[in-house]
Every structure is written in structure tokens, then in C-alpha cells.
Ligand binder design. Structure first.
Ligand code: FAD
Ligand code: SF4
Ligand code: SF4
Ligand code: SF4
Ligand code: SF4
Length: 420
């Protein structure tokens, strides 16, 4: 019987699963579905090409093996999809593979009653970072001098972004460049900026945290290091072992130490990159002026709001004509101030608001810089637990009832003591 805190090497027992590192994750997902522990698996699969990723909701266990493998360029955030399209898993049980930012988003939406975490099994995958699809293509053409369409595998391993491709003579080639070197380039190659700042490398908020760090010796590349993070994770792993879906063994002691060291080094790198990126923003009024200048190219498309896991309001304040002129482009700076005020304390640095901004406004950088300051001041760490944020947030139904009763969304009294 396993328990929270236990660690194993694990691999699939199925010949039909060709996983990234032994296929344990795919097997666990398949077992969860086959055993009816869940009604569906929401996995990440290859989209239009290697640089694209899509979510697929699978209800037939035989279909799960096609989702095996890690995609380092697709930049999806599964939690918002569960909220938007699967009713927040209110009435269905789902198993989902999650990177750190996905797991954090699940927690932030769950604490706002937008997702039912009781119905979800989160199978965490360690994450060293992702590369924006457009940047990946450009970088491969420029720095690797290779046709991005000839690449059939990409990975980040031992500090390198590695591609495998067939050259003009049809010969299999492998080429890696140090991620550090790519990130020093003026073009901004390498991992997404938010990934460079990320400190959620082993997602222990999930039920299981799985990755290749620490797998050494004969099992290297053929097994996944699994850390049990909750009783739910322990129950799934035990049941999958009993059903002969996965096999486990004790991790190599040296591997355990290596995993700890790599995680420590990644966290230090995250701190270093935060300092570097935030310093460039300046401080105080200089920072504010910079943000005002850069956001002045906003076209008010609302992609940053639509895709932010913290923004879930039915009626967004930025869409209210008495707060923001809805016909003006760029919108008043208040458009951005509203978002900063509402969600900065809970930003999980997922990067979606930046990735999807059509005019390349570094929204995540601005928001994350504020979140880090607020965390220092108030101690609230978003995305790691069900603890509520420091700044009050309104319960949508209660707020709606109040609006209906008062006909006003202004929560203050006028000089005559009447609520507006
Ligand atoms: P598989 O059986 O191959 O299953 C992989 C699962 O991951 C599938 O369910 C698939 O749907 C899902 N998946 C694929 N791409 C994504 C994605 N972009 N977002 C969310 N889910 C996805 N491990 C480390 O120890 N160090 C790292 O630095 C590291 N970086 C990673 C970066 C990314 C972007 C990803 C996705 C994984 C990373 N991993 C890392 C985890 C590692 O690559 C394996 O996923 C893990 O060891 C499990 O291997 P497996 O063979 O059991 O997984
Ligand atoms: Fe991975 Fe963190 Fe980037 Fe998310 S933000 S993709 S967890 S490195
Ligand atoms: Fe993610 Fe941006 Fe929302 Fe922060 S503000 S949680 S980076 S989408
Ligand atoms: Fe996000 Fe605020 Fe709009 Fe709600 S009102 S969706 S928190 S910006
Ligand atoms: Fe403005 Fe970019 Fe947000 Fe669109 S995604 S509203 S352009 S900041």
C-alpha cells in the first residue's frame, strides 16, 4: 500500500503504450478509465503539427494510448477548458495529465467554485518549460538551420532543447542547443518568458507527480519517477499495480538525490529569471509608465481575459460601458487596472494572457511582477492549496442577487447614507 510522500520508478505493463518515459502516466490514465474510476480522460495530443497541441476528451479506454508522449510546444491550459466546456466537472469524473501551471489553475478555479476537484484526478508531469509554437519554428529554422516541418521529435533534456529530424539525404539527425544560450539571444528564443520564471517544477498539488528527473541506471528513459502526493493518487497507483497496468520498484538512492538537486537548481534559475525580467520593468512610477506605454497598443480583443484561469466572471467589469468606453481602441488604461486589481494576487504565471495576445503585450510579466510583490506583502501563494486569496472576491450568485436587489454595482454609500 502506498501513501503520500512515497516515491517509485514506474512503467507500463502494456505493449500498446509507447510513452515518453516508460508510459506509466498513460497506463494510469487508461486504468482510471477502464476501471470506471473516472468517466473520461482529458489528455493532451498532437494537434495540427508537432508544435501544436490539443485537448481530447476520451471515454473509451482503448483510445488512451494515442495520447502518450510529451509535447513541449503546445501551450494549453486544461483547467479553463474543464470550467468552460465540461461544466467544471460538476457531474462527471475526469482524469487529467497536468503540468504545474495546469494544476495551479485547477486549484484557483476550484476555490472559486468553478471546478469540482473532488471529481478530478490530477496526474502531474514535472515541467522544465515549454516553447511557444511560433518561436519554436523560427528558432529551429534560424539556430538549428533545419526545416521545422522535417522535425519529428522535440524535447528539453539536460538543459538542451533537442530536435530529431531527417536531413536532405533522409538520414536521422539529432541536434541540441543549450537552453541558456537560446534564451540569451536578442530574438528571445528558448522557453516562454513565464516558463523561465516558473517555480512549479514538480507539481505536488496534483495527486501524483511524474517525471524523468531522478531516473538513472538501467531504467533511464524506460521508467517515470512517481511521487505520491495525495491519498487519491495512492489509491489509483495501488489499484493500477494490482490490476497489472503498471509496475513499480524503489527508486535508486542516487537518482533521488539527483532529482532533488535538479529541482533545487531549477528553482534558483526561476528566481534568477524573475529578478532579471522584473528589474527590466523598473520600479514605482517608472514601471507604471512603462506598462501604460506598452498597453497603449491593446486592441481590446479580450483574449487575455477569456483565457485567464482566474477570470471567470459572467459579467466582466471591463465590458461595462460605465467603467470602460466600449467603442474606444485602445481602451482606457482602466481596462488593465481593473484586471490588475481583480486578479494580481492570484496570478499563477501560466502565461496564457501573453501567449495569446495578438499584439504581443507581455501581460503575464506585468501581472506576475505584481503577484510576487503581493505574495511578499501578504504571504498568499496562489495555485498551491485551497486557501482563499487575500483580496476579497465576490461570490457570483450573491453578487448577482445584490445587483438585482439594488440595481447598482457600486458598493459604497453616498453622502446621504444610501447604497448606490
Ligand atoms: P506518457 O505515458 O508518455 O504520458 C504523457 C502524458 O502527458 C500524456 O497523458 C499526455 O497527454 C500528457 N501531455 C503531453 N504533453 C503535455 C502538455 N504539454 N501539457 C500537459 N500534458 C501533456 N519531466 C522531468 O522530470 N523534467 C522535465 O523537465 C520535464 N519537462 C516536461 C515538460 C513538458 C511540457 C511535459 C509535457 C512533460 C515534462 N516532463 C518532465 C515529464 C516527462 O516528459 C514525462 O511526461 C513523464 O516522465 C511521464 O512519462 P510517461 O512515459 O509516464 O508519460
Ligand atoms: Fe511548465 Fe511552469 Fe511553463 Fe507551466 S509555466 S509550462 S509548469 S514551466
Ligand atoms: Fe495566467 Fe495571465 Fe491570468 Fe496570470 S494573468 S493567471 S499569467 S492568464
Ligand atoms: Fe477578470 Fe475582473 Fe473581468 Fe472578473 S471582472 S473576468 S476578475 S477582469
Ligand atoms: Fe489587449 Fe492583448 Fe488583452 Fe487583447 S489580449 S485585450 S490586445 S492586452
Amino acid at each position: 500500500m502506498s501513501a503520500k510522500g512515497d516515491m517509485f520508478y514506474s512503467w507500463t505493463k502494456s505493449d500498446s503504450i509507447k510513452g515518453e518515459c516508460g508510459g506509466a502516466v498513460t497506463s494510469l490514465l487508461q486504468y482510471a478509465l477502464a476501471s470506471k474510476t473516472v468517466d473520461a480522460v482529458l489528455a493532451v495530443c498532437k494537434g495540427a503539427d508537432l508544435y501544436d497541441a490539443k485537448l481530447e476528451l476520451i471515454t473509451d479506454a482503448a483510445e488512451v494510448p494515442k495520447t502518450a508522449g510529451s509535447l513541449h510546444c503546445g501551450t494549453l491550459l486544461s483547467a479553463k477548458m474543464v470550467k468552460k466546456y465540461l461544466g467544471g466537472a460538476k457531474d462527471m469524473k475526469i482524469a487529467v495529465p497536468v503540468k504545474g501551471c495546469d494544476a495551479m489553475a485547477f486549484y484557483e478555479l476550484a476555490k472559486r467554485n468553478q471546478i469540482n476537484l473532488d471529481n478530478i484526478i490530477l496526474i502531474g508531469v514535472n515541467c522544465g518549460g515549454t516553447v511557444s509554437p511560433a518561436i519554436a519554428r523560427e528558432m529551429i529554422a534560424d539556430k538549428y538551420e533545419t526545416d521545422p516541418d522535417a522535425v519529428f521529435k522535440e524535447e528539453i533534456d539536460k538543459g538542451q532543447f533537442i530536435i530529431e529530424y531527417k536531413d536532405a539525404n533522409g538520414v536521422h539527425q539529432t541536434r541540441g542547443i543549450k537552453v541558456d544560450d537560446l534564451e540569451e539571444t536578442p530574438e528571445g528564443y528558448g522557453r516562454r518568458m513565464n516558463c523561465q520564471r516558473c517555480k512549479c517544477k514538480i507539481p505536488r498539488q496534483a495527486d501524483l507527480a511524474c517525471g524523468n528527473w531522478g531516473v538513472i541506471g538501467p531504467k533511464a528513459g524506460k521508467a517515470t519517477f512517481v511521487e505520491v502526493c495525495s491519498p487519491k493518487g495512492a489509491a489509483l497507483l495501488d489499484a493500477a499495480i494490482s490490476a497489472n497496468a503498471v509496475e513499480v520498484c524503489a527508486p535508486d538512492q542516487k537518482g533521488l538525490e539527483i532529482r532533488g538537486k535538479v529541482e533545487g537548481a531549477m528553482l534558483k534559475l526561476g528566481d534568477k529569471n524573475r529578478k532579471k525580467q522584473f528589474e527590466k520593468l523598473g520600479e514605482g512610477s517608472e514601471r507604471l509608465e512603462k506598462i501604460m506605454k506598452i498597453t497603449s497598443r491593446c486592441i481590446a480583443c479580450r483574449a487575455c481575459i477569456e483565457n485567464c484561469p482566474i477570470c471567470y466572471c459572467v459579467e466582466c467589469s471591463t465590458a461595462k460601458p460605465h467603467l470602460i468606453n466600449q467603442t474606444q481602441v485602445p481602451p482606457d488604461f482602466m481596462f488593465h487596472l481593473i484586471r490588475f486589481a481583480h486578479i494580481a494576487d492570484s496570478c499563477i504565471n501560466c502565461g496564457q494572457c501573453q501567449e495569446l495576445c495578438p499584439v504581443d503585450i507581455p501581460n503575464a510579466l506585468f501581472m506576475h511582477a505584481q503577484q510576487v510583490e503581493l505574495e511578499k506583502m501578504f504571504g498568499h501563494k496562489p495555485g498551491y492549496s485551497m486557501e482563499l486569496p487575500v483580496l476579497a472576491f465576490a461570490e457570483e450568485p450573491m453578487e448577482r442577487a445584490r445587483l438585482n436587489a439594488t440595481g447598482s454595482d457600486m458598493i459604497y454609500e453616498n453622502v446621504f447614507g444610501e447604497q448606490q
